[in-house]
Each structure stands twice: as structure tokens, then as C-alpha cells.
Design a protein around this ligand. Structure first.
Ligand SMILES: Nc1ncnc2c1ncn2[C@@H]1O[C@H](COP(=O)(O)OP(=O)(O)OP(=O)(O)O)[C@@H](O)[C@H]1O
Ligand SMILES: [Mg+2]
Length: 775
């Protein structure tokens, strides 16, 4: 065998490839299954002779033999006993070697000394196994069951991982006790070597670990240093913030809140999302004008001059502002009033607000409420998420940079309500003098004093303002302008303003009255002057363009023809409201866009006395139509209308829809007049308009919007207007030039209306009204 020693009682698998050995095994298998295994002294020798082999070997029994396809063998042998080769006989013809072996028997008494040696060997072997993982633990367990010292030492010897020559030495020691001692020696030195190995291994490992650890610590140190440097920057930052807070002289509550947030910021990682929120918050706290107040200019003459300069007319508003300033001059301190400008579009409500700020020497801020449906738009979002901001009130105050600006709450009637809370309720808190000294914005979370703010609201109609809000407002009505007023506004305000905006000089362009009137009449139909201003802007733009080509030698006088040329086809034909005739009358309506005329038409046809109503009439208007019919029917005799008319005729009332839906009872007189006209075949007087609610007994009741209606009647070329006597108090509001051209006739009862409109009073008694034959 090469490199291997088989000890007695050891079971060993062997690979056999040398032909000589294979032959020998085959021979052995034929006999007693016994072979003598001996080791070569030198591994490299291919065909060992007698001298190349150790004399002492092992007699072994073949337990199993397996032939491999390549002719080699795999065998399992079990050592039986030591043997000494005495004589070698080469069996040349058969090709193997036969040996004469002296079997060496060995026996030993288990003296206490031997037992002690065995115990020691067993302990050492256990240690050895622990250190040398390549030997299985079971070996040491089975070892403890062995009684025979010879057997015991051979098992240990067989399992030692030592040089083959050392093993051969062990094999050759025939005295078991001696052998045991030798094994113990070997175990000692092996264990020592293994321990040493282990120590060396550990040292190397710790060496590697140490460099790794150093690397890791270094990295960590770098990270910490980086952190420290940042912290340094941010402490500087935080110190700066603290200084700013001190310098800002915030009110106690705000200062405390700011200090608290700075404290939180300090403990936070810089650039964390939450720190951004805090920074935004502090930014807002610092930017708000906690103490900034502008001094009111209390020079009443100068204020009046500024108001007059900006707006024509609107005397009531101007007076109210001057009064306020006068009182302020006397009492020094005063809660800001809450004015509410109500009127049709384009009459100067918003621009008046701006002008008031200028006259008082205050900052101006505007807050559009149209379309606001969310409470938090007014009161802000809580600071729980990134991107939350204060509400519009606080935003406007920040923009105004003072805590006493004129704050215009534009279009409060266009505010909505939904599930996110009622903005009107939040607004109430803003406007309420009791509460707004410490107005709580959700974002700020500290009170802000709004008590010195001069609030102005604007609205087109009062109808959609919640009544709780309405209560707190001082309503100032703006009504539409008459043609003459528009002319003056155009000349004194709109034209100069637009010329300037288009880079033209006032003396470059002259618009004579007839040309301006043409613009007003043919291109606009509105209560205010917004589209008038737009047309004037168009005029200026077109002129500016022609000027850019050839600079004029002398001022450009705009003629009516030029107006047509520059502005294009007129928007509105000069044709006035349809003339009154049989079955048609002119009523007057008042909407949030100003006054309008209503052409009311009645058709009669054979039928069963039914009343049809068409043309988007509101509920109230439909009811007043029914009331009118009942009134007529109950008084039919007076106007010589046969009772049968109400059984054989159907009546159809139609009111053209026009631009805006309208409703209300004030068309009562006009509907009744058109009905009677249709029934009696008498035409309604031309150029007569009327307004008034009627009762079942024919009384005419007062209506709203007399001024707007008179303006509309005049604009549409009417010459007479019947209005309820109850409205006589409003007559003074009506501009003089309208009163000069429009005959205003107060009426008390429907009979009066009919006699004025149809001349019914003059109907000869008994005169037959031509009747329609029933079908
Ligand atoms: N009396 C006036 N004198 C001078 N300019 C006026 C007058 N009335 C209105 N204007 C001008 O008409 C334009 C439209 O006015 P503004 O925007 O104030 O209308 P508004 O009443 O706020 O309308 P809305 O209800 O639609 O908001 C402005 O340029 C304003 O200067
Ligand atoms: Mg406005």
C-alpha cells in the first residue's frame, strides 16, 4: 500500500489498481479471504520489491470486493492482527507475491496504570477531535466502550491524522502499553500544534477584522463629522431665526409660538419635510405686519378731491367715506366699518374700493370670494401637511404689509357652500367686531388683530348673501348710469385712462359727444360702463395703430363714421323695443344686471278659458298672471267684456326670455293691460312702459328698482312710465335728465292704468266689443 497503514480491527476501504495486487486479491478470494497488507517505504515506487516494503504489516480479511469496469477493484478490508513478513515468494506464472507471515499476537493486562493511561488518552483524544474537525465525534464515543487496551490504542492510532511513517512506527510497537504511551505523546504534541494553529488563525483573523473595523469606524467618523458641520450651519441658521424673531417684536402669543417652533426645529434633522413646514410657518409669522400701521390721511378736502378725481357721481358713497374720516379725526380711534357695495356689474364698486384706500392713505388689498366654497380658503389649512398655507384673509394682510388696510372682499354674493364647511360662517368671524381682534387662522394658530381693517364687500345682489352676514353690513347701493352719466364718465375718466394706457396723449384724440353717444347707444347695453370702457379701449388701440404708421399733424377728431369704421358693425340696432299694439304691452324688470324692458305679448284663440304661459316666467310672475286674469274676469262688465269670453277663449301670455331670467311680481300691471287689450281689441298706447304689482282687487303695489327701471325705459325710447304711487319716495333718485324726457305717472289702481294705457275710461257704455265667434 502507498501512504496508508491499516491497523488491526480497523475497517478500511481500499482502491486496488496494480495488476500484482489484483491478482493476489483474486487468489485470496478463492481461498480464505485473507491478505497481508504492508506499506511501501517510498510512495513513488511502482513495483516494490521485498526491500521496498516494511516488514511489519497487517493481516486483513476481505469483507467485500467490487470489480470496476476498468479492471480495478474496490475492496473493504478489516484488520485482523499484526504480522511480520518472513519470506517472499514470487509466484511468477500467476503474477502475484506470496508471503510467509508470522502472526504477532498481543495481549495486556488492564492494570490500574494501563487504565489511567487509557483514560488520559481518551481525554486527549476528545480534545484532539474538538480541535480537528475532520474526525467525527462518534469515534470518541465508541472509543469509550472499548475495554481492550490494544484495541483501544489501535483505534486511536488509526484515526490520527498524522504522517504515514509515524503510523507505521505505531504499528511496529508491539507492546500495547508502550504503544499507548506513544499515542499519548503524539496526541499531546498534535494538540499543541493544533492549538498553535488555532491561535495563529485567530490572530490573522483579528488582524483582518481590525482593519475592517478601522475602515468602518473611519467611515462612521466621516459621516458624523459631516453631520456636525451641517448642524453647525443649521445652528447658525437657527440663531439667525431667533434674532429675527426678536427684531420682529411679535405680540407675546406669536412670539411664544415662534420660539416653540424654533425649539422644535433645532432638534430636527435639517431638510426633513417637517422642518420645511416649520420654516414656512416661521416665515409667515415673521412676514405678517403685526405692528405695521399706516397713518390715515385725515385731510377731508384732499380725500374728497381724490374720490372725485377717480369717479364721477357716486355721491352717497363718497359722502359716507368723508363722514367716516371726519369722525375718525374727532375720536382718533374707531373700529373699521363694514361697507357693502351692491349694484349691477361695471358700475365701479371694485374700483371705488381702491380709490377709498387712496383717499384715506391706506394700503389696499383685494380678496376675490367668487367661487370660494371652502371654509379653509378663508381660514387656512391646519399645519398638518406640507403645502398648507394661511387663508386668504391673512394672505391679503401680508400683501398689504399693514394691519389696517382697506380690504375689499369682492363678490361675496358669488360665494358657495359645500361639505367642506361654510365660508360665510368663517367670513362672519372675520367681520365681527367682537371676534376679529383675535382672528384665528388655522395655519397661524395664533390670533391676528383685524379690528383696524376697513372692510368693503361688493355684491351684485343682496339675495344670495346669507342673512347673518347681511346684518353686519352697511349696504350702499350703486345703480346703473344713464346715458348722460355714461357720457360724462367716458369723457372724464374712461377715455383719458385708456389713452394713457395706449401711449396716446389726451390732445391727440378727440371724441366729440355725438361719437361717444354713438358708442354708448350702438355698442353697449349695460347698467355699468365696463363694455363701454372696452370699446373705448378698442378705439384707442385702433387709433394707436394708425398713429404708429403715420404720426398725425393735428389731433384726430373721431366722427360717428369713424366709430363705425373702427369698431365694426354695431352690436345693438338702434331699433327700440317693439311698439305697443293690441295685445302687447311694455313691462319693466330689474335684475342684478340693471333694468330691462319686457315686451309682453298676449294672443287669444278659441278654447275653454285656459291660460298658457311661456317664455321662462318665474313662479311669481306666473302667479301674477293668474291674479291679473282673475281680476279682469271679476271686473269684466266694466270693460264690456262678455262673461262667455272666459269660457270660449284661451289666452296665451308670452314674455321673451332675453339675456337674463327674471322673476317678480312687478309685471302685474303690464300683463293685465296686455290681457285687457287683447280682449277688447284696443291697442296699448305707444311708448308707454309700466311697472307695478297688482292685487286681486286691482290695487297697484310698490316695487323695487325704480331708478334702474326708469333708466331702462328711457334707454328704450319710452316717453311715459306708469309706476306705483307707493314708489313716489324713490322719485328723487331718478336723474334729472330722465325726468325731463320721461313722463313719470304715479298710479294707484288698475283702472287708472287701463284708462291711461287703453283709454278704456272713454269706452262708451254699452258699446259692443266685436266678439269672436266660438268655434
Ligand atoms: N363713476 C365712475 N367713474 C369713473 N369710472 C367708473 C365709474 N364707474 C365705473 N367706472 C369704471 O368702470 C370700470 C368697471 O368698474 P368695476 O370693475 O369697479 O365694476 P364693479 O362694480 O366692481 O363690477 P362687478 O360687479 O362686475 O365686479 C372700472 O374701470 C371703473 O374705473
Ligand atoms: Mg368688481
Amino acid at each position: 500500500m502507498r501512504d496508508l497503514v491499516v491497523f488491526p480491527r480497523m475497517v478500511v476501504p481500499l482502491d486496488v489498481s496494480r495488476v500484482k495486487s489484483v491478482k493476489a486479491l483474486e487468489e485470496a478470494m478463492a481461498a480464505q479471504h485473507l491478505v497481508f497488507v504492508a506499506s511501501q517505504k517510498k510512495t513513488e515506487i511502482e513495483d516494490p520489491q521485498e526491500d521496498d516494503l516494511f516488514q511489519i504489516g497487517t493481516l486483513a480479511k476481505i469483507l467485500e470486493l467490487l470489480k470496476m469496469p476498468n479492471g480495478q477493484l474496490k475492496i473493504l478490508v478489516e484488520g485482523q492482527s499484526r504480522g511480520k513478513a518472513l519470506e517472499f515468494r514470487s509466484i511468477t506464472n500467476k503474477g502475484y507475491t506470496e508471503v510467509l507471515v508470522d502472526v504477532l499476537a498481543e495481549s495486556i493486562e488492564r492494570t490500574p496504570e494501563v487504565q489511567a493511561l487509557m483514560r488520559q488518552a481518551s481525554q486527549l483524544f476528545e480534545q484532539y477531535i474538538k480541535l480537528n474537525r475532520r474526525i467525527s465525534i462518534e469515534t470518541s464515543v465508541s472509543l469509550n466502550t472499548l475495554e481492550d487496551p490494544a484495541h483501544f490504542t489501535d483505534v486511536i492510532a488509526g484515526n490520527l491524522l498524522i504522517k504515514m511513517s509515524d503510523k507505521q512506527v505505531l504499528l511496529e510497537i508491539l507492546n500495547p502499553e508502550e504503544r499507548l504511551e506513544r499515542v499519548i505523546e503524539i496526541l499531546h504534541s498534535e494538540i499543541e500544534i493544533l492549538n498553535l494553529e488555532r491561535r495563529i488563525h485567530n490572530r490573522v483573523r483579528t488582524q483582518i477584522e481590525k482593519t475592517q473595523k478601522e475602515y468602518y469606524l473611519n467611515e462612521q467618523m466621516k459621516a458624523i463629522q459631516k453631520e456636525l458641520r451641517q448642524k453647525d450651519d443649521s445652528t447658525k441658521d437657527i440663531d439667525e431665526l431667533r434674532e429675527k424673531i426678536k427684531a420682529a417684536q411679535l405680540p407675546t402669543e406669536a412670539a411664544e409660538a415662534a420660539e416653540k417652533e424654533v425649539g422644535r426645529l433645532e432638534k430636527m434633522m435639517p431638510f426633513s419635510p417637517e422642518s420645511t413646514v416649520i420654516r414656512t410657518y416661521l416665515d409667515w409669522l415673521l412676514a405678517l405686519p403685526w405692528n405695521a400701521v399706516s397713518t390715515d390721511s385725515l385731510d377731508l378736502k384732499r380725500a374728497q378731491a381724490i374720490l372725485d378725481e377717480d369717479h364721477y357721481g357716486l355721491d352717497k358713497v363718497k359722502e359716507r367715506i368723508i363722514e367716516y374720516l371726519a369722525v375718525l379725526k374727532l375720536v382718533k380711534k374707531m373700529k373699521g366699518p363694514i361697507l357693502c357695495f351692491v349694484g349691477p356689474p361695471g358700475v365701479g364698486k371694485t374700483s371705488m374700493g381702491r380709490s377709498i384706500a387712496r383717499a384715506m392713505g391706506r394700503q389696499f388689498a383685494k380678496m376675490a370670494l367668487g367661487g370660494v366654497r371652502d371654509e379653509s380658503e378663508i381660514r387656512g389649512h391646519r399645519r398638518t401637511y406640507i403645502g398648507s398655507l394661511p387663508g386668504r384673509v391673512i394672505q391679503s394682510i401680508r400683501k398689504a404689509k399693514t394691519k389696517n388696510p382697506v380690504l375689499l372682499l369682492d363678490e361675496i354674493d358669488k360665494m358657495g357652500t359645500d361639505w367642506r364647511g361654510d365660508p360665510a360662517a368663517a367670513l362672519l368671524e372675520v367681520l365681527d367686531a367682537e371676534q376679529n381682534k383675535t382672528f384665528m387662522d388655522h395655519f397661524l394658530d395664533v390670533g391676528f388683530d383685524l379690528s383696524q381693517v376697513f372692510f368693503i364687500c361688493t355684491a351684485n345682489t343682496l339675495a344670495s348673501i346669507p342673512s347673518s352676514l347681511h346684518d353686519r353690513l352697511e349696504i350702499i347701493r350703486f345703480s346703473g348710469y344713464t346715458e348722460e352719466e355714461k357720457l360724462r364718465i367716458a369723457h372724464n375718466h374712461l377715455l383719458p385712462k385708456q389713452l394713457k394706457e395706449h401711449g396716446l396723449e389726451a390732445q391727440d384724440v378727440l371724441v366729440p359727444t355725438d361719437a361717444m353717444r354713438a358708442i354708448i347707444r350702438d355698442y353697449t347695453r349695460e347698467a355699468g360702463v365696463r363694455s363701454l370702457e372696452r370699446w373705448i379701449a378698442t378705439l384707442c388701440r385702433k387709433t394707436a395703430r394708425s398713429f404708429a404708421d403715420t404720426p398725425p399733424a393735428e389731433p384726430f377728431r373721431v366722427t360717428v363714421k369713424d366709430v363705425r369704421r373702427l369698431l365694426g358693425v354695431p352690436e345693438y340696432s338702434t331699433e327700440k323695443a317693439a311698439d305697443n299694439k293690441v295685445g302687447s304691452s311694455t313691462g319693466l324688470a330689474w335684475t342684478e344686471h340693471g333694468g330691462e324692458t319686457l315686451a309682453i305679448e298676449v294672443a287669444k284663440m278659441p278654447g275653454k278659458g285656459k291660460l298658457f304661459l311661456t317664455g321662462k316666467l318665474g313662479d311669481v310672475m306666473q302667479e301674477s298672471a293668474h291674479a291679473a286674469l282673475s281680476f279682469i274676469r271679476s271686473n269684466a262688465k266694466k270693460w264690456h267684456i262678455k262673461e262667455s269670453f272666459f269660457k270660449t277663449q284661451d289666452y296665451h301670455i308670452h314674455v321673451p326670455e332675453g339675456a337674463t331670467p327674471k322673476d317678480g311680481p312687478s309685471a302685474g300691471t303690464a300683463i293685465a293691460t296686455a290681457l285687457v287689450s287683447a280682449m277688447t281689441n284696443r291697442p296699448v298706447k305707444r311708448k308707454m312702459a309700466m311697472t307695478g304689482e297688482i292685487t286681486l282687487h286691482g290695487r297697484v303695489l310698490a316695487i323695487g328698482g325704480l331708478k334702474e327701471k326708469s333708466i331702462a325705459a328711457f334707454r328704450e325710447g319710452m316717453d311715459t312710465m306708469l309706476y306705483p304711487e307707493g314708489n313716489q319716495k324713490d322719485l328723487e333718485e331718478i336723474p334729472e335728465d330722465i325726468k325731463n324726457h320721461l313722463k313719470m305717472v304715479p298710479v294707484k289702481h288698475m283702472e287708472q292704468v287701463l284708462s291711461l294705457a287703453l283709454g278704456a275710461k272713454g269706452l262708451p257704455a254699452g258699446r259692443q266689443v266685436p266678439s269672436q265667434r266660438p268655434s
